[in-house]
Design a protein around this ligand. Structure first.
Ligand code: FAD
Length: 424
């Protein structure tokens, strides 16, 4: 067993890992974070940067399911699938389909809302210490080019209403008042006035990592390769640069977490929905706040340098290279929304959403190692709920009630699904 003065080790310096490390530090833990490349190099540094407080609609819904057959064959759709990967992802897809029934969707939405409702408040103490300008007010627009699509999507708006998410419905006149370009491009929008955003997700993650190290935390750059068991717990991590002793371990390794949980005896259904983005310095226009085109599933986020454009959900292996054709697909989608967009001078990136089939993260203790905790699988909302996750993990380690029912985030559900599939 590791000595009592051994640190709590967090694996992964994405936002989930860094926020967890910061909360642990605030609770008096000595904390070491082990990160393979650098803070924010994963999904946390490459995303929309939107505090998506209204993201209470799960990814798997009946209407999404109905649109999939059309989307996979449409070379311009926001869904991309590597066909050779289909056999590998089949169990995940099966559970995705099973999560899309109306009652299940409603239940998942309520659970998501429990996290999202505390997301901003949990960030507050952490964001106080980072440079100004990294988090901005401005709101978020879910924008519709056609009234018909707006009407057809009323189910999502109703779900937000049921969860108590405040939003305004804007018409073309309201949009013109915000920015004439918006009035020309969209007929309707849902405006979530209270949703902040960062123009620089990588900068924000690194700034939080700097706070962690300034307060005495250590970030070790190494690849975690295994765990050294000791009775019913883990005493050390085996890394590419040597062993690290650990009093507690938190697995917050984003889309790679299942490689680690497997070593601990927990098999989880975690896949990546790869997202694509580009940062454009001179797009020829700007938007007053983040805008998500509902028809084309592409987001536009204003930054001091220009515009960040992002979207696409690509089901493919973690190991395969970014697909150049998908960047073109994103450009075409962006131009369908803003034909004036000048996207040739763009800095492009691809990153990995860590996605479970039921849209719920895993926030739990490992089943076979009593000092190992899980915090991963946040899919489309990890940027938003990183801090509340860190706070919950810290409470869990202290044996305290974190104020949110953690049962829906348990790791045992995957074994239950597997047994159900096997008919046991
Ligand atoms: C295009 C796109 C747009 C998005 N927009 C938004 C948005 O606007 N709002 C929102 O809330 N969410 C958004 N998301 C989702 C969000 O980015 C993710 O859910 C979140 O960043 C996940 O954070 P994480 O810390 O779990 O993972 P990551 O940020 O990926 O961090 C995991 C870290 O673990 C490290 N690691 C992995 N394995 C090991 C190992 N064995 N040893 C050591 N280190 C390891 C990796 O190097 C990585 O740095 C978006 C995602 C994408 C792709």
């Amino acid at each position: 067993m590791a000595p009592a003065d051994a640190p709590t080790v967090v694996i992964g310096a994405g936002l989930v890992g860094i926020c967890t490390a910061l909360y642990l530090q605030r609770a008096g833990h000595k904390v070491v974070t082990v990160e393979r490349t650098g803070p924010g190099d994963g999904a946390s540094g490459h995303n929309g940067g939107i505090f998506s407080i209204g993201a209470v609609v799960p990814t798997a819904t009946g209407s999404v399911l109905r649109s999939i057959p059309h989307m996979v064959f449409d070379r311009d759709s926001a869904l991309s699938l590597h066909w050779s990967y289909l056999p590998k992802i089949a169990p995940w897809l099966t559970r995705f389909v099973r999560s899309s029934g109306n009652d299940t969707v409603e239940r998942i939405s309520i659970v998501l809302a429990s996290l999202l409702s505390q997301s901003l408040e949990a960030y507050e103490p952490l964001l106080r210490d980072i440079p100004e300008g990294l988090v901005r007010e401005g709101g978020l627009l879910y924008a519709y080019q056609s009234d018909a699509v707006f009407e057809a999507s009323s189910g999502d708006a109703e779900m937000r209403k049921r969860r108590g998410i405040p939003f305004e419905v804007l018409d073309q006149q309201d949009l013109t008042a915000m920015a004439p370009l918006l009035g020309r491009r969209f007929e309707r929008a849902l405006y979530l006035r209270d949703a902040p955003f960062t123009p620089d997700p990588l900068g924000m993650t690194r700034a939080l990592a700097d706070v962690f190290t300034a307060n005495g935390g250590e970030i070790v750059i190494a690849n975690v390769q295994g765990f050294v068991p000791d009775g019913g717990s883990v005493s050390h991590l085996q890394t590419s640069t040597g062993r690290i002793r650990a009093k507690n371990v938190v697995v917050a390794a984003g889309a790679w977490s299942h490689h680690l949980t497997r070593m601990l005896g927990d098999r989880v259904l975690l896949e990546t929905e790869r997202g694509y983005g580009m940062t454009v310095t001179d797009p020829g226009f700007t938007v007053p706040c983040p805008v998500i085109s509902v028809e084309h599933h592409v987001g536009f986020i204003p930054t001091p340098e220009g515009l960040r454009v992002m979207g696409i959900s690509e089901l493919a292996s973690l190991a395969s290279e970014p697909d150049v054709a998908v960047f073109d697909r994103l450009s075409r989608a962006a131009k369908k929304v803003f034909p004036e967009a000048e996207l040739s001078d763009a800095d492009s990136w691809m990153s990995y959403r860590p996605s479970t089939p039921d849209s719920l993260p895993v926030i739990d203790r490992a089943t076979r190692a009593e000092n190992v905790y899980y915090a991963f699988g946040h899919g489309h909302t990890g940027f938003t709920v990183a801090a509340v996750t860190g706070r919950l993990v810290t409470s869990m380690i202290a044996g305290e009630d974190g104020g949110i029912d953690l049962e829906p985030f348990n790791v045992r559900r995957f074994a239950r699904w597997r047994r159900a599939r096997a008919g046991k």
